[in-house]
Design a protein around this ligand. Structure first.
Ligand SMILES: Nc1nc2c(ncn2[C@@H]2O[C@H](COP(=O)(O)OP(=O)(O)OP(=O)(O)O)[C@@H](O)[C@H]2O)c(=O)[nH]1
Length: 898
């Protein structure tokens, strides 16, 4: 029997000083780095597992506990109070632990002996802990896009839950290699086998069991795991901190367990051979002896399979983090099986209408292809390639990074977490923000260990770090360093529009009012709201032009509750917030004539004037959302939330060139891009309040006809915004006077998991009592979206529910090997049948108006004896019937608006 001590015994990671860090230079190489996320259903044990990772890697001296609020990663007061993770915490540690302090000779070498796994040499792990609650899906998404790999934690009692499926699908969309950790196997009712079969059926991949649970005498007490890859058993001392692991040969464990490990080994080789030719060769090389192939060959084969796209093999590990059992081998698996930044696909970029890949750009091989878009006339046009001739020197592009998270730290100020994709960001570098078109300096750079930090001089490609001192950068912004750029005007076009993997922000569906308690509080409240928006772009702040009231809108009730908590408890803003309500939208039904509005007035002692001509018309949901354009187009199209905006500038190209020497000039201080920004601001304000009920406008096409003669030498952006706002308001009113407006309501795509016995009652309740439309039972979409529905915004965050079948053919659970479950009431065969037919647990997918889903969890629980769960995301907005509209208006106060 061997004792394995894969945890820090002497030095803590934190105790390494800056100069020691520099000495461990291999840790800075990106192939010794893992940027990993932990994804799972709420309460599966992400935070509990992360705390153990920090402890075993030597970063913490005691294990934090979710239940007594002492964890490192859930560090927001609101998170600690609720025991859930709200904000992704990015933390860095190394694994296996660096044992030497002060850069001594104890620091191991980076070189790996042939035939040994990667986990034998120290790596730098950047771990992103993502929230599990559905309201924070956006938070999960923006973390996902910077990850190179993910560990998906499952609750071994509950199995694969609805939220897990959703996040898994999202991770598939980003092509993120994943491994699974089945947690909580110490609990009564733990069902490893059933969970593994659910992985196959619901996550559409073949589970490759790298470990199986070791139950004492085959009964329900978990004492360790069987290591299928290395043919050994690992045990942890009961009640200990888990640092010491005993490794036993198969001859030293009871026969039944040894036999099961061998059975699992055969199954593992079989499944790998189906997906990896090299494994077939190994199998033949070792005379078709499943037990003779060395463990490291299996690890290499697993790695190749995990990196395949699409990923069909899902390595499975197991344990009980709360009992300090199973976490170190999981960390080894992160290094052994998940990719380094260098092994990831070239990141997607966009520059204006061009879509390409970052390394293509850097290598000067930019393929300038536009995303397929159609014109309003429906005609397809081939993509332009003209930008090539104007492409500036790319070798001056010294760094390209994505700000994936902004956090206001009470001690350090605003922290901007970045993932660097190329080059390196050095201290004091001038960062050009391509979303905001501004340059900011990066005065201080940090590497974060949850709430602790080490200052560094630079953050290199492949790494995650923090920039302190940026005043404007927001979550989701792309930051570039371009040598020789003028700090005012930024890098040359089109590099100044370079964006890394942009994600679309779903429309907020709930809102609340925020009222400062006194005039003197107004500034703090507005600054704090500004900061909340920098942190979380899925929040939205608007000011009702009539009542002057501030509205804070978000994705869900919990989302807004947390924002409210942050505002009042964390930032100590003195404000009163209203009830959380559904954010309906208002739409016009007919078009307006062209309306011109002149502004000619004194503002702050300065004379300013501008005119604008605007018309509006309804979008009926069948119109394409974006019209094709290139730098030579004589219009600019933009989207203002769910409304389209087209600015016609017949005498100028989109890039600001005058088409004929005879056409009127634009004033020098107002180039076309500044005018477009001013127009957008004014139109956005006008559309934030509908003419009849005061809800913001939806499905409106606003067309501005820009005549340079209307922009004068004394015009200002503010005057242009005001003129266009007034003109749009008048145009909307005129359209509403013709045929009125209609209310639109958010409609959710809902996935409900229930037991077989409850399916009829729940489906009936959805369609009869809640006006929902059942789309599928068990993931089979019976009918697409209702043809009568006016869905003008499709924002579903799990659209692949519709495509799962074609991407991944169904997996027959009878073909998945699993060891017996100690708590199983039926034998394995019957259980297989249950899972295969979906009789064990059924899933209903439906479209339901959000209004009918408020308080649904409680109702579902009562319908299903507490067993039903559901997830939902916004699918779009739909016009309401006259009857529903009447009911809603009555509820809101007699149809007089608010
Ligand atoms: N019995 C048992 N309980 C566990 C285990 N792991 C976690 N728990 C408990 O499960 C609950 C949820 O654990 P968390 O670690 O907060 O789960 P999470 O996935 O981070 O949850 P969110 O942050 O809300 O997304 C806590 O009460 C933990 O103590 C385990 O291995 N065994």
């Amino acid at each position: 029997m061997d004792i394995i001590r894969r945890s820090s015994a002497t030095a803590t990671f934190r105790s390494l000083r800056q100069k020691d860090w520099e000495k461990i230079s291999f840790l800075n190489s990106s192939n010794a780095t893992r940027n990993i996320g932990i994804i799972a259903h709420i309460d599966a044990g992400k935070t509990t597992t992360t705390e153990r990772m920090l402890y075993y890697s030597g970063y913490t001296r005691r294990i934090g506990d979710v239940d007594d609020g002492s964890t490192v990663t859930d560090f927001l007061p609101a998170e600690r109070a609720r025991g859930i993770t709200i904000q992704s915490a990015a933390i860095t540690f190394n694994w296996p632990p660096v044992q030497g302090e002060k850069g001594s000779k104890d620091i191991p070498s980076s070189s790996r002996a042939p035939g040994t796994p990667r986990s034998q040499t120290p790596h730098l792990v950047n771990l992103i802990d993502t929230p599990g609650h559905a309201d924070f899906t956006f938070e999960v998404l923006r973390s996902l896009r910077i990850l190179d790999g993910a560990v998906c934690i499952l609750d071994g009692v509950a199995g694969v839950e609805a939220q897990t499926e959703k996040v898994w699908t999202q991770a598939n969309n980003y092509r993120i290699p994943k491994i699974i950790y089945v947690n909580k196997l110490d609990r009564d009712g733990a069902a490893f086998g059933r969970t593994v079969k659910e992985v196959g059926v619901r996550l559409h991949g073949w589970p490759a069991l790298c470990q199986i649970p070791w139950w004492k005498d085959g009964k329900g007490k978990l004492i360790g795991v069987g290591d299928v890859v290395n043919l050994r058993a690992l045990s942890w001392e009961e009640g200990g901190d888990g640092k010491v692991i005993k490794s036993l040969n198969l001859t030293d464990v009871d026969d039944a367990f040894a036999k099961e490990i061998k059975k699992a080994r055969v199954a593992l080789i079989e499944i790998l051979s189906e997906h990896d030719d090299e494994m077939v060769e190994k199998f033949l090389e070792y005379d078709e002896d499943h037990l003779a192939i060395p463990g490291n060959d299996l690890t290499e084969s697993l790695r190749r399979c995990v990196l395949q796209n699409p990923q069909r093999i899902i390595p499975v590990f197991t344990g009980a983090s709360f009992r300090n059992l199973g976490v170190q081998p999981l960390l080894d698996a992160v290094l052994d099986l998940l990719p380094s930044p260098e092994e990831r696909p070239d990141p997607e970029i966009s520059m204006g209408v061009t879509h390409s890949r970052l390394n293509e750009l850097l290598a000067g091989r930019l393929a300038l292809t536009s995303s397929p878009q159609s014109s309003k006339s429906g005609k397809q046009k081939t993509s332009p390639t003209k930008t090539q001739k104007t492409l500036p020197v790319v070798s001056n592009l010294q760094a390209c990074a994505l700000a994936f998270k902004v956090v206001n730290d009470p001690r350090r100020g605003v922290l901007v977490y970045v993932r660097v994709y190329s080059g390196s960001i050095d201290r004091n570098a001038a960062l050009y923000n391509t979303n905001l078109s501004i340059t900011e300096r990066a005065p201080k750079l940090l590497r974060m260990y949850a709430s602790d930090a080490v200052e560094v001089d630079s953050i290199a490609a492949g790494h995650i770090g923090v920039i302190v001192g940026l005043k404007y950068a927001r979550t989701g912004d792309t930051l570039i360093v371009y040598s020789g750029a003028n700090p005012k005007s930024g890098p040359p076009a089109p590099l100044n529009t370079l964006q890394l993997r942009p994600i679309s922000v779903p429309p907020p569906v709930f809102f609340t009012s925020v009222e400062p308690n006194s005039l003197s509080e107004e500034k703090l409240v507005s600054d704090t709201l500004g900061l909340l928006l920098r942190e979380d772009p899925s929040l939205n702040v608007s000011i009702d032009s009539e009542s002057g009231q501030t509205h804070l809108a978000g994705m869900g009730e919990l989302h807004l509750e947390i924002a409210r908590d942050r505002l009042i408890n964390d930032f100590k803003a003195r404000a009163t917030t209203g009830k959380i309500e559904i954010g309906y939208r208002e739409a016009i039904l007919s078009s307006s004539p062209q309306i011109t509005e002149d502004v000619n007035r004194e503002v702050a002692g300065k004379h300013s004037r501008a005119s604008c001509t605007v018309s509006v018309s309804p979008l009926d949901g069948t119109e394409p959302r974006v019209i094709e354009e290139d730098d030579d187009s004589t219009h600019t199209s933009l989207q203002v939330e769910s409304n389209d905006l087209i600015i016609h500038h017949p005498t100028y190209t989109r890039s600001g060139l005058k088409l004929s020497p005879d056409s009127a000039n634009l004033p020098e201080h107002l180039p076309l891009p500044s005018i477009v920004t001013a127009l957008r601001t004014g139109i956005s304000a006008a559309l934030s309040r509908g003419p009849t009920h005061g809800f913001s406008m939806h499905s409106t096409l606003v067309e501005v006809h820009l005549d340079p003669a209307q922009i004068h030498a004394d015009s200002t952006p503010a005057a242009i915004s005001t003129a266009v706002r007034l003109a749009t308001q008048k145009a909307v009113k005129s359209a509403a006077a013709e045929r009125g407006t209609v209310l639109m309501e958010p409609v959710m795509l809902v996935a409900i998991s229930v037991n077989e016995a409850d399916i009829g009652g729940v489906a009936h309740d959805i369609s009869a009592a809640r006006g929902g439309q059942v789309l599928s039972l068990d993931g089979e979409i019976s009918s697409p979206v209702s043809p009568s529905a006016t869905l003008t915004t499709s924002t579903s965050t799990f659209p692949t529910l519709h495509t799962v079948k074609e991407d991944f053919p169904p997996i027959d659970p009878r073909k998945i090997y699993t060891p017996p479950d100690p708590f199983a009431s039926t034998d394995g065969g019957e259980d297989d049948d249950l899972i295969g037919t979906g009789s064990a647990q059924r899933r209903i997918v439906a479209r339901v108006p959000l209004r009918e889903m408020v308080g649904y969890l409680k109702h579902l629980r009562s319908l299903t004896g507490g067993r039903g769960t559901f997830v939902m995301s916004v699918e779009g907005f739909e016009r309401m019937s006259a009857q529903r509209q009447k009911a809603v208006l009555k509820e809101l106060g007699g149809g007089e608006g608010w």
